[in-house]
Design a protein around this ligand. Structure first.
Ligand code: ADP
Ligand code: ASP
Ligand code: MG
Length: 402
């Protein structure tokens, strides 16, 4: 008995049959004596389809209008789910993000949640309603609709759970939990019973799309007990929490991130202050840099190579060309790269992790472009065409198939 927040992703509400299936899960939870707040995403590929519609009109849609358009996807699913719940004999009310009290920063398309004033949700619960809230959206200080970035409904759910001190936040999706690799790409991937917030945050940031990384960040901050589970099969999923049982695993997972571009600035002056100048120009343009590599200086010149997200690549090249007064042709930008990583708190005390990962790549003749490490992850930058092969090879090395 308690308050449970349940979130269902796009594939879980893709059609009428799936919406009825979700309504059954939600009403079962309610009938067990719980108060239930449900957060839903847009049905199936609706968000992608809406983006496509915008680009049929213009190459440069206004960010404000884009958010006005994209928030409509979730409006469809909340109303349909509320109808489905009523059909199963419970009372339900659907609320858009602003009705549910979501205040966000002003940046359209990438807004952050500032607060959730949950009074309306609470009032509806007191009226014995199951409350169905549109994920991925809020209202900014100009009273305009905003969206939270792709995959943002996970964060909406965690934000409600945090604001209302819910007993649990369940993220229902199309796989049975968090696996040691994407189970759709690596059939031998294993389901994890438990994982820590830190490890999950790393996995999510490095490409495991099963949870949005901001949702994990928020769950850690407010100590929200998260559970990832299937909307189609009623089996235990994965619990995300502060301390997890280690199950003697050296690493927790292998991930792939294809939203990467590698930029090389060659033959720049080998004098102090160059790296400072380069990265402060990027910072001024609010461009995040990930892996950085600087060559040893030779003949008074050196090369600096770094990675940014694909969406920032063009702007990064042009602002560096301007700042260093060089031609854009002297800056090499490669978008056919991917970052493959291994993640796990266990690797800190095991010096062999990197060599095991590199051996797996060598055995498959995969060349490493760049490497970066932290206490709980090792990432390599490789050719995008061999990224799936690399994930499988590395996974096999760490999780031998019985
Ligand atoms: P939803 O629409 O429910 O939000 P997503 O498509 O955003 O679902 O996330 C679920 C998908 O994440 C799965 O279908 C799976 O292919 C992918 N995925 C990637 N890495 C992992 C992983 N390590 N564990 C589980 N799923 C993963
Ligand atoms: N519908 C949004 C998207 O496709 C939000 C979400 O699914 O979490 O990104
Ligand atoms: Mg998602």
């Amino acid at each position: 008995m308690g308050l449970i927040v349940q979130k269902f992703g796009g594939s879980s509400v893709a059609n009428a049959e799936r919406v009825m299936n979700v309504a059954k899960i939600v009403t079962d939870t309610y009938r067990e004596g719980n108060d239930v707040v449900v957060v839903v995403s847009a049905q199936g590929d609706t968000t992608d389809d809406l983006i496509e519609k915008a680009y049929e009109i213009t190459e440069k849609p206004s960010k404000r209008e884009m958010d006005m358009l994209l928030t409509s996807g979730e409006q469809i699913s909340i109303s349909l789910l509320a109808m489905a719940i009523e059909k199963l004999g419970c009372h339900a009310v659907s609320l858009l993000g602003w009705q549910a009290g979501f205040n966000t920063t002003s940046a359209y398309g990438i807004a952050r949640i500032k607060s959730v004033k949950a009074d309306r949700i609470r009032a509806e619960i007191d009226r014995h309603n199951i409350v169905v809230v549109a994920g991925f959206q809020g209202l900014n200080k100009y009273d305009d609709l905003t969206t939270l970035g792709r995959g943002g409904s996970d964060t909406s759910a965690v934000a409600i759970a945090a604001a209302m001190h819910a007993d649990r936040c369940q993220i229902f999706t199309d796989v049975e939990g968090v696996y040691t690799a994407d189970p759709r790409k690596v059939p031998a991937a294993r389901k994890l019973k438990e994982i820590t917030y830190d490890e999950m945050l790393e996995l999510a940031t490095l490409g495991a799309q099963v949870l949005n990384n901001r949702s994990v960040e928020m769950a850690k901050k407010y100590n929200v007990k998260l559970e990832v589970l299937s909307s189609l099969k009623r089996v235990p999923g994965t619990i995300v929490k502060e301390v997890a049982k280690m199950e003697k695993m050296l690493i927790r997972g292998v991930t792939k991130d294809t939203d990467v571009a590698r930029i090389s600035v060659t033959k720049i002056s080998n004098t102090p202050g160059i790296a400072f100048k380069l990265f402060s120009v990027l910072a001024k343009h609010k461009i995040n840099v990930d892996i950085i590599l600087q060559s040893v200086g030779r003949d008074n010149t050196k090369d600096i190579t770094f990675t940014v997200s694909k969406g920032n690549a063009e702007e990064a090249v042009s602002c560096i060309a301007d700042a260093f007064d060089i031609s854009e042709e002297d800056i090499i930008c490669d978008t056919n790269v991917a970052k493959v990583s291994v993640v796990g708190a266990g690797m800190e005390s095991h010096p062999g992790t990197a060599s095991k990962m590199f051996e797996a790549l060598y055995e498959h003749d995969i060349n490493i472009d760049m490497i970066s490490t932290s206490e709980i992850k090792i990432s390599v930058l490789i050719d995008i065409d061999v990224a799936d092969k690399a994930v499988s090879a590395i996974h096999k090395a760490f999780f031998p198939e019985e």
